[in-house]
Design a protein around this ligand. Structure first.
Ligand code: TXA
Ligand code: MG
Length: 359
């Protein structure tokens, strides 16, 4: 059934912001879905304690039911309501990084949220977002808010309210427009077993930041989509669809990595020729320093190679722009897997569904 989706533009200064947030919170309490800005990407929020509301999230996104959701809180006291037997390291990380782009996977207090949120797992993923609209919405709703990224499953995550509209108009009750998000990639998801920090998904808080905070605790990356696997297999061409596809533009994306930039550019320009001759629209995703190297229909820059925070901020919007231009083949230059570059490369590799070429 087609819904009438409300849209509120939030001006931080204006009282209209408070009225819009109150209205949106009322919809959440009534079991409806409202998209809202966070510092990472826009979330698709619902009352985490309501089975019917949470079911709505999975339906609106077309998300597989076995992929659990993150629960968003606005106050540390809510952590006690949701979790139990927390390792001291978890509280230390929460104190240090919240509000912020870190999600902690912790033992669930039974019955605290709908079992649909956790996909039946004994753990729950919790985060306190660093965005005034998100925090005000959670406080006003008076319940923990379950929220995945507000995109149709498999599409690039939304970093503006317009992206949310593209995917969700007619499917949800409302969209709070708080402007473009600042971080641009999702939160870092970590588990904290036995005084160890396991990174399940790289994101806005870097491995280096976690290591600096960890003291004697070890930091380990255990993402099933671990970047290093893709890098090892990089020379092997893979059939599209072999791997679970995520964050993907409609065009066919290939990531090209190599230390010698001239060789990378030569390879990509060669690749552009054949589909270009067939009359297909071709695109390149690169960095400001290299944008002049390419001859494609659409060349987009992720900003300077020396500041990968810009790349994180622009990545998903660029992937959507290739779609808007009907680009059928995209080649993306890899970046260093350091700092926030780990999250950027993780999303690029998933968007490429394993098509990574090493030069
Ligand atoms: O920045 C973010 O994290 C954004 C904003 C909206 O907060 N949210 C987000 O949600 O990215 P989503 O659903 O797109 O990604 C949630 C990730 C998934 O990879 C999911 O498998 C993992 O968190 N996750 C959730 N609960 C988990 C659990 N109990 N154990 C392990 N992984 C979990
Ligand atoms: Mg997502």
């Amino acid at each position: 059934m087609e819904l009438q989706t409300r849209r509120w533009k939030i001006d931080h200064e204006a009282e209209s912001g408070a009225a819009a947030i109150r209205e949106a919170a009322g919809l959440i309490r009534a079991g409806k879905l409202v998209a809202f800005p966070t510092e990472t990407v826009y979330g698709l929020g619902a009352d985490a304690t309501s089975d019917a509301a949470v079911r709505g999230i999975f339906a609106a996104k077309g998300r597989p039911a076995d992929n659990p959701l993150i629960v968003h809180i606005a106050d540390l006291s809510q952590l006690d309501e949701l979790t139990e037997n927390r390792p001291p390291l978890a509280d230390q990380l929460a104190a240090q990084f919240w509000p912020g782009p870190l999600t902690l996977v912790l033992p669930l207090k039974k019955g605290a949220v709908s079992p649909l949120v956790t996909a039946g797992l004994p753990t729950v993923a919790v985060r306190m977002p660093d965005h005034p609209v998100a925090l005000a919405l959670i406080r006003s709703a008076g319940c923990p808010i379950a929220a995945p990224s507000a995109n149709v499953s498999g599409r690039p995550s939304p970093t503006t309210a317009r992206h949310v509209s593209e995917d969700m108009l007619g499917r949800i009750a409302g969209i709070l427009d708080g402007g473009p998000t600042s971080v641009g990639v999702e939160s870092t998801v970590v588990a904290v077993p036995d005084n160890t920090i396991e990174i399940l998904r790289p994101g806005g808080i870097t491995a280096e930041q976690l290591a600096a905070a960890a003291g004697k605790a070890a930091v380990a990356a255990v993402a099933p989509e671990d970047n290093r696997h893709a890098a090892q297999d990089a020379h092997k061409p893979r059939a599209p669809g072999m791997k679970y596809k995520h964050y993907a533009p409609r065009g066919c994306l290939t990531v090209v990595s190599g230390y010698d930039h001239d060789a990378v550019a030569r390879y990509i320009n060669e690749q552009l020729a054949a589909p270009g001759k067939r009359g297909e629209t071709v695109g390149v995703l690169t960095f400001a320093e290299y944008a002049e190297s390419y001859n494609a229909d659409l060349v987009l820059s992720l900003g300077s190679v020396r500041d990968l925070r810009q790349a994180a901020n622009r990545l998903f919007a660029c992937l959507r722009r290739f779609d808007e231009h009907g680009v059928s083949h995209i080649w993306a230059e890899a970046c260093a897997e350091q700092g926030i570059g780990q999250a950027v490369m993780n999303r690029l590799q998933k968007a490429a569904a394993g098509r990574v070429v090493k030069i």
